[in-house]
Structure formats: structure tokens, C-alpha cells
Design a protein around this ligand. Structure first.
Ligand code: SAH
Ligand code: SF4
Length: 335
């Protein structure tokens, strides 16, 4: 499927032809999606996590986080407010928090889908394939499960002994179940190489993903990677532009992590091949504590404001905030 060779990718990642890369990525986005940009509203409903990922501020060992869990009614309320403000996709994201039983997640999915004609995306981490299958039957439409790196050794190191093959198996199961599936990596993790990033890109592109999410690594002060160098916006923008070249019809978000380096980071992403933005609609009192990386959710606005700011950002660039759910345009969803 790859139309670009590994050496060419490495050259682009090194900044060998930014203008050519970005204009091709922008043209391809235009070809696939026209002027439409999809807005996905994220409810970050719990920052409790049983994992120890070395890069993430929510890791279980970080005692400096003020932990919260939203109850089912509040999660549904946030989703409903986002839908009323115009969002057509609700993303439910949390740390790996097993206190939310399959029944509670079902209640949330049914509560949202029963009230609004929206797509629901789950980003709950390593739950079992059986649980995900159950939630699919309850009406969940999509899953986002990032591999973070596609190198099994690096994966084991950055996620503190977790098994890459297990995560990949789960990702493949999600496709089999029938979900639209998103995955991706963190760009510029400590000791990254451009060769590894090229391999990540080829690997992700071979998976036939409906969505590819890649944002820059941002060191968090209360993690083992506190003194590592940040990933960098240019590297991340090149990665997502290349992802567009290899995956013309996949949804590719301009991640909020881009804004941590440059107040116009997400705008730059949308002008360089990305077609999705994902504003947080987590209640203001909670969202600052969803502190995956510093600067995350720095803006304190309510749900309606959050959606309307995202729409303004889209319009200011001459795009249109899509009125559709933005379902996958990839053919042959299940491989
Ligand atoms: N617990 C779930 C979902 C929440 S984490 C899971 O891990 O799958 C959401 C995403 O935040 C992760 O997939 C990761 O890519 C990103 N992330 C975490 N720490 C980060 C950091 N320091 N810099 C950039 N992205 C980070
Ligand atoms: Fe938990 Fe996800 Fe952060 Fe890992 S990346 S510590 S699983 S929230």
C-alpha cells in the first residue's frame, strides 16, 4: 500500500522538502474531505489510571495528581451539552480505570446515543476484547487505542513492561468486532530515531486505520521522562502530513498537544493534511487535572464555548465545521 519508500520518508522527516510535503498533504486532504473539518468533543471522565507509562502525567505512581472520577449522569450531561452545541462525535476518554464496570460504560453509551444522533468513540485503554464487543453491541461506534510506538522493545520500556503484541492483538480485535478504529504514536519520544518514525508510519499505514493520531511528546515534570527533550512541532507536523500521503481517506486529527509548542499548532496541522480537531468538553472543574502533559486543557471554558471556539478556529482557516458525524471514508473497513 505504501506509495513512499522508507528512504523518502526519512528525508521528509528530516525536513528535506517541507513545502512539497505540506502542499501535497493539503491537496490530498482537500481531495478527500473538501472544506469539511470534523469536530470530536472529548469527555475526559476519569484521570485515575492503573498503568505506569513513563511518559504520562496520569501514571498511577504520580501522587501529585488530584484524581477525579465523573459519575454516569455527569458524563452523559457533558456529552449532551456538547451535542447540543453541535458536536456530532463524542469521545469518551479516561485513564485505564477499571472502576467503570462494563454495565456503567453501557449506561453511558446508551444515555448518550438515546438522546442524540451522535457517534461515540471509546478511548479507555486496555479493556478486554469481550468488553469492547459488548460496548459495540450497545451502540459504541469507534475506538481509539494508540500503540504509542510500533517497536515492541521500546513499547515495553515506555509502558513499563507492557506487551506490545497484546495491544496490537486488541487493536486487531477491535477491527474484527466492527469498530471504526484509530491508533497512532507519540512523536519524538526519548531516544527516538527518524528511522524508527519511518517504520512507525509504514506499520500504521499497513494496519488500514480509520483514524491516525500522532502528536508531539511533551515531557511531564512528575514522570520518569521529566528531563527528556520535547518531541517538537515540526517533526509531528511532518509525521501527520506523511500519514496523509499514505492514508488519503483516514481521519487525522490536529492534536491539542501541538498547541503546547505554538498557539497556532492546531491551525498548522489543519493546513498540513489534518482534518479533525478534538476539543475537550470535560467540566472546567475537572479538566485541569486531566494532566497527561503540561499545558493540556489550559483553557478554562464551558462545554458550549469549547465547541464554539473549535468551530471558530475551523472557520478562521476557511474550512467548514462538518455537520456530519464524519464516519470513516476508508473502504474495506475490516481487513
Ligand atoms: N489510558 C488510555 C487513554 C488515555 S491516554 C490509553 O493509554 O490508551 C491518551 C493519550 O495521551 C495516550 O494515548 C498518549 O498518546 C497521550 N500522551 C500521554 N502522555 C503524553 C505526553 N507526555 N506527551 C504527548 N502525548 C501523551
Ligand atoms: Fe494511563 Fe493512558 Fe497515561 Fe498510560 S497513557 S498512564 S494508560 S492514562
Amino acid at each position: 500500500m505504501a506509495v513512499l519508500g522508507r528512504d523518502e520518508i526519512i528525508n521528509y522527516l528530516n525536513g528535506g522538502n517541507d513545502d512539497g510535503l505540506y502542499s501535497t498533504a493539503d491537496s490530498l486532504r482537500e481531495y478527500s474531505f473538501g472544506r469539511e473539518v470534523y469536530l470530536r468533543a472529548i469527555v475526559e471522565f476519569s484521570n485515575v489510571c492503573n498503568k505506569k507509562c513513563n511518559y504520562c502525567g496520569l501514571r498511577a505512581a504520580n501522587s501529585k495528581v488530584s484524581r477525579y472520577r465523573m459519575d454516569v449522569a455527569d458524563i452523559i450531561e457533558s456529552a449532551n451539552l456538547a451535542a447540543e452545541a453541535g458536536a456530532r462525535t463524542i469521545v469518551l476518554q479516561s485513564g485505564d480505570d477499571f472502576s467503570y464496570s462494563p454495565d456503567r460504560i453501557e449506561e453511558i453509551i446508551s444515555g448518550i446515543k438515546g438522546a442524540h444522533d451522535v457517534a461515540v468513540t471509546l478511548s479507555l485503554g486496555d479493556r478486554s476484547a469481550a468488553e469492547y464487543e459488548h460496548w459495540f453491541k450497545c451502540g459504541a461506534d469507534r475506538c481509539l487505542l494508540k500503540l504509542e510506538t510500533t517497536n515492541p522493545d521500546i513499547y515495553g520500556k515506555i509502558r513499563c513492561g507492557e506487551d506490545f503484541h497484546k495491544r496490537l492483538k486488541l487493536l486487531r480485535s477491535l477491527k474484527q468486532i466492527g469498530y471504526e478504529v484509530g491508533s497512532g504514536i507519540i512523536v519524538g519520544l526519548p531516544d527516538y530515531t527518524v528511522e524508527q518514525l519511518a517504520d512507525d508510519l509504514l506499520f500504521l499505514s499497513d494496519l488500514g486505520l480509520d483514524m491516525i493520531a500522532a502528536g508531539p511528546f511533551i515531557p511531564h515534570p512528575d514522570t520518569p521522562f521529566s528531563s527528556a527533550a520535547a518531541g517538537g512541532i515540526d517533526l509531528s507536523l511532518r509525521f501527520t502530513a506523511l500519514a496523509r500521503l499514505l492514508n488519503p481517506f483516514s481521519n487525522i486529527p490536529a492534536t491539542s498537544a501541538l498547541d503546547s509548542f505554538d498557539p497556532e499548532g492546531r491551525e498548522k496541522g489543519l493546513q498540513r493534511g489534518c482534518n479533525v480537531i478534538m476539543p475537550s468538553v470535560t467540566p472546567v472543574s475537572k479538566r485541569r487535572n486531566y494532566n497527561i502533559y503540561p499545558g493540556k486543557n489550559a483553557v478554562s471554558v464551558d462545554v458550549a464555548d469549547s465547541v464554539s471556539r473549535a468551530e471558530e478556529l475551523i472557520r478562521a482557516l476557511g474550512f467548514v465545521a462538518s455537520a456530519s458525524k464524519g464516519s470513516s471514508r476508508r473502504m474495506n473497513n475490516v481487513e
